[in-house]
Design a binder for this molecule. Structure first.
Ligand code: DX5
Ligand code: ZN
Length: 246
């Protein structure tokens, strides 16, 4: 069924000392998730938040926690994040990069997905902008979410990378060919303008950090991103319907 694009604000750009206030703001402004960027200083240079913080967030909001692991050892740490309350848990295929694209890396990714699924959470898989989306093809039938990075993971506030929309379209068509429709999430440099491009390409969930939390009016910024994504999505769907009728 057709579903409107959802917004997952990235808490990395929020005011950590006033996180409860930030959570209330995104809840009231219509966010569908809270996006939690976990960086370990190895997989990416930056170091952000970990298990205790996720546990606190879980107690502080009813929004589903959309936890994005940018860590080198997902198999070891996934159980901890599940225990802390991650509802959606996404890891990177490049975490297994010694053997990227090999049967071993796929096996490790499948194990990670199974751990998440068995705990009753939603598994997600992600890849960096330079990794061919086809690397994810054998996993598309196993996950509930595919996170398409529109920046190199590591920092908030970067510029959206051109070419992301076609990567979104590639994932959508690979999944459709398998009769699957995992949520397609786009993360990095999303604002009211770039949101339109990825919504047209078939994105279901948009992560936005700086464009929301650093705006003069964060609630209005969140609503504006959602509204412009909805308009673009509706126009794209209308175009598809007209083409089918013709
Ligand atoms: C980047 C993170 C993103 C980022 C989003 O590695 O995964 O979630 O913080 O922030 P903006 O929207 O500011 O690019
Ligand atoms: Zn993220």
């Amino acid at each position: 069924m057709f579903a409107q694009v959802k917004i997952s604000p990235s808490l990395l750009s929020a005011d950590f000392m006033n996180m409860e206030r930030e959570l209330r703001m995104i809840e009231q402004a219509g966010a569908s998730f809270a996006h939690v960027d976990v960086m370990d200083g190895h997989f990416v240079p930056n170091l952000t938040m970990g298990v205790p913080f996720v546990r606190c967030l879980k107690a502080a909001t009813a929004l589903p926690l959309d936890v994005h692991l940018m860590i080198a050892n997902p198999l070891e740490q996934i159980p901890w994040f599940l225990d802390a309350g991650a509802d959606w848990l996404t890891f990177h295929i490049e975490a297994f990069e010694d053997s990227l694209g090999s049967p071993e890396s796929l096996e490790a990714a499948k194990q990670a997905i199974a751990l998440i699924r068995e705990a009753g959470a939603h598994p997600g898989i992600s890849c960096k902008p330079q990794t061919p989306t086809a690397t994810l093809k054998p996993l598309l039938s196993l996950v509930d979410m595919v996170l398409v990075m529109s920046v190199n993971p590591g920092f908030s506030g970067q510029s959206y990378m051109q070419g992301t929309a076609s990567r979104v379209a590639e994932v959508v068509s690979m999944a459709r060919a398998q009769g699957r429709s995992p949520l397609i999430e786009v993360d990095g440099g999303i604002d009211a303008f770039t949101a339109q491009e990825v919504a047209r390409a078939g994105a279901d969930v948009l992560v936005a950090g700086n464009a929301i939390f650093k705006a003069e009016n964060p609630a209005a910024a969140l609503k504006e991103i959602a509204a412009s994504a909805h308009l673009a999505q509706a126009a794209a769907l209308q175009g598809i319907c007209q083409a089918e009728e013709a």
